[in-house]
Design a protein around this ligand. Structure first.
Ligand SMILES: Nc1ncnc2c1ncn2[C@@H]1O[C@H](COP(=O)(O)OP(=O)(O)OP(=O)(O)O)[C@@H](O)[C@H]1O
Ligand SMILES: [Mg+2]
Length: 294
């Protein structure tokens, strides 16, 4: 369920668990250990953060997923929010908040700093008070947690430094006011993220380009989805040797591009685009050879 009239910087507000948020978690081809670690960190914070606040080194409720584009960072965040909400549902619902770090103006000196401070001091605590658990997703966090040591004062306005300071102060404040808030951040430019932000993270996960078995599994699952739409494709969708061959050709591409392979194959010939059930093995091999040259 989406909620209307969103405050500044917030692009989405949802109540979880929700049926239409099912799917991303299961569809991701990642090691089970990664899935368990993410879920474990989320549950520890959402369930026990008030008690853990008494420790000398309490959690910050901050998780960073970093890795190349198209390796599933945003999808994992969305899936994790739903999965954690499901596990905690007997204790109450979870609010999912999507923050767009690009939506804080930086033209005016001090303006982004004030807007970011408001986000952490007013908006997020207000939203967090609505339900027992809150998951905040900040996609492309490097847009506002810019590494201050690398941002030269000549090339970057003082405002950049102030904005990063505001994020760090905001995270510390949020930890005190709203402990059961989990902040999930993604970045495909980890070198640009401030050191003090990294130091506050409870978990940093590096997503990788899929290896041969992972690529094979992504291709197999995409083919299976396409075969649901056009059952005539089923023999190709269950041909494991073909999936392995396609994965060997495309090794080195990211998961997003791998998901596009079947689509790309369906558009190699106009008659095939009109009737996808005409798809043959050679169309897929041709598409695979093309897609690696992009
Ligand atoms: N390991 C994977 N297993 C299955 N699907 C994957 C995998 N990696 C990426 N995908 C698919 O690729 C698409 C893009 O993923 P997503 O948007 O989560 O990537 P991202 O890492 O956030 O990329 P970006 O850095 O460009 O924002 C999704 O449809 C996702 O399902
Ligand atoms: Mg993303």
């Amino acid at each position: 369920m989406a909620e209307a009239r969103l405050p500044q910087g917030i692009t989405g507000l949802h109540v979880l668990p929700a049926d239409h948020h099912r799917g991303p978690w299961e569809s991701m081809v990642v090691p089970d250990s990664l899935r368990e670690r993410l879920l474990g960190t989320a549950l520890l914070v959402l369930r026990h953060a008030p008690a853990l606040a008494q420790l000398s080194g309490p959690p910050h409720g901050l998780v960073l997923l970093s890795g190349p584009p198209g390796t599933g960072k945003s999808t994992l965040c969305q899936g994790l929010a739903q999965e954690a909400a499901l596990a905690l549902s007997t204790r109450g619902a979870t609010t999912l908040v999507e923050v767009d770090p690009h939506s804080f103006p930086s033209e005016l000196l001090g303006e982004s700093q004030r807007a970011i401070s408001r986000l952490f001091s007013d908006t997020l605590p207000e939203i967090a008070a609505r339900r027992p658990h809150t998951v905040v997703i900040i996609d492309e966090v490097e847009a506002f947690a810019v590494r201050r040591s690398a941002a030269s004062f000549e090339a970057n306005p003082v405002d950049v430094h102030r904005a990063t300071d505001a994020v760090l102060a905001g995270l510390d404040l949020l930890r005190g006011t709203s402990p059961r808030v989990l902040v999930l951040c993604t970045s495909n430019f980890p070198a640009g993220i401030d050191e003090a932000f990294l130091s506050r993270s409870d978990l940093v996960v590096h997503t990788e380009l899929p290896d041969l078995p992972a690529l094979t599994a992504i291709i197999r699952s995409t083919m299976a989805e396409v075969a649901v739409l056009w059952p005539g494709i089923r023999p190709l969708a269950s041909d494991s040797a073909l999936h392995e061959e396609l994965a060997a050709i495309t090794l080195g591409i990211d998961g997003r591009r791998a998901r596009k392979l079947a689509l790309h194959a369906l558009s190699v010939r106009p008659e095939l685009a009109l009737d996808p059930e005409l798809l043959v093995r050679d169309d897929l091999v041709r598409a695979a050879k093309e897609i690696v040259t992009w």
